[in-house]
Ligand binder design. Sequence first.
Ligand code: GTQ
Ligand code: FE2
Length: 363
Amino acid sequence: MTPALEALYRGFEDELLIPLWTEIGDLMPAHPRSKAAAHLWRWQSLRRLAEQAGEIVPVGRGGERRAIALANPSLGGKPFATPTLWAAIQYLLPGEDAPEHRHTQHAFRFVVEGSGVWTVVGGDAVPMNRGDFLPQAGWNWHAHHNATDEPMAWIDGLDIPFQWTNEAQFFEFGRDEISGAERITPERARSEQLWGHPGLRPLGVTHSTPGSPLLSYKWEHTDRALSDQLDLERQGYAGTVEPGHAAVRFVDPSTGGDVLPTIRAEFHRVTRGSVTAPVRETGSSVYQVFDGSGRVTVGDLTWSVTRGDLFVVPSWQPLSIVSEAGDTDSDSGALDLFRFSDAPIFEALRIHRTDHSDHTDKD
Ligand code: GTQ
Ligand code: FE2
């Protein structure tokens, strides 16, 4: 370095300036290089630690929730599964209440096992059962209560990291007690009575707030949609995304678009013996194995997975899935996977990209 260049850089430093030419490789890479790592969390371990937390840590005002978040090993020790997404296991004991609050973060629940908790969203008590997907858009009041004599665990997904990074969060406490009328335990939520009929839009209500007005997507519908796709495939008709791979997206029945402004949710079924072609996308995803067993490859990592296991797919890392026999035999005989991602953000900003080409050179 010449004395003149050194003096120039010192001048930059004094004035808090940084030239592009020393930074360009990291600032403007040829393709995304995610800070997040591909990582797998085992449901057995999450479940055991959630049970321990249930014995030791009370739930209530202040802490608000007995939720334990996945912390990506390369995101600086923050409780962030990916740069945009929060994923947590939440655990509620018999008779317990998670108090009412609201926040700008968009959220959902997904149930891999158990039942017995009702989540009350805007005064509507919504039951939670295995396989159900429950979106809850930002700024809705919500509380959870376990009305049974069994503890229950489920996963929460939120855009906490996205809103934290972009400094858009608001939060308010609600009532300390949910009134009797809302502590009911109906089999169906009012939102399901209105919006839960395929292809039918109720004419007596308007829906103008962001996010899906349907607060529960029941497993029986998801399961049937997937098995019907595979049934059609066996008969030689189109419907699956690739041979042996059926998939659906959870959508807002009032728009046909994503269920939440920042979060996309999907369900995938890969029949025993099938292999999915590698795909890479901008944006990040979290998957939970709902049923069955198999092997999952993300970038250059491969894991054997089974019911409940959660894994992260960082931006632009190729994913491929092999469905195979394992310790657990699934109801459908296939590998069933729940997926959520930040795709709506990327699509809205026109920076979403998908690559199906075979990219064995992972650079
Ligand atoms: O259940 O309301 O995992 O507000 C994180 C934040 C769950 C919830 C989480 C929340 C909730
Ligand atoms: Fe919440």
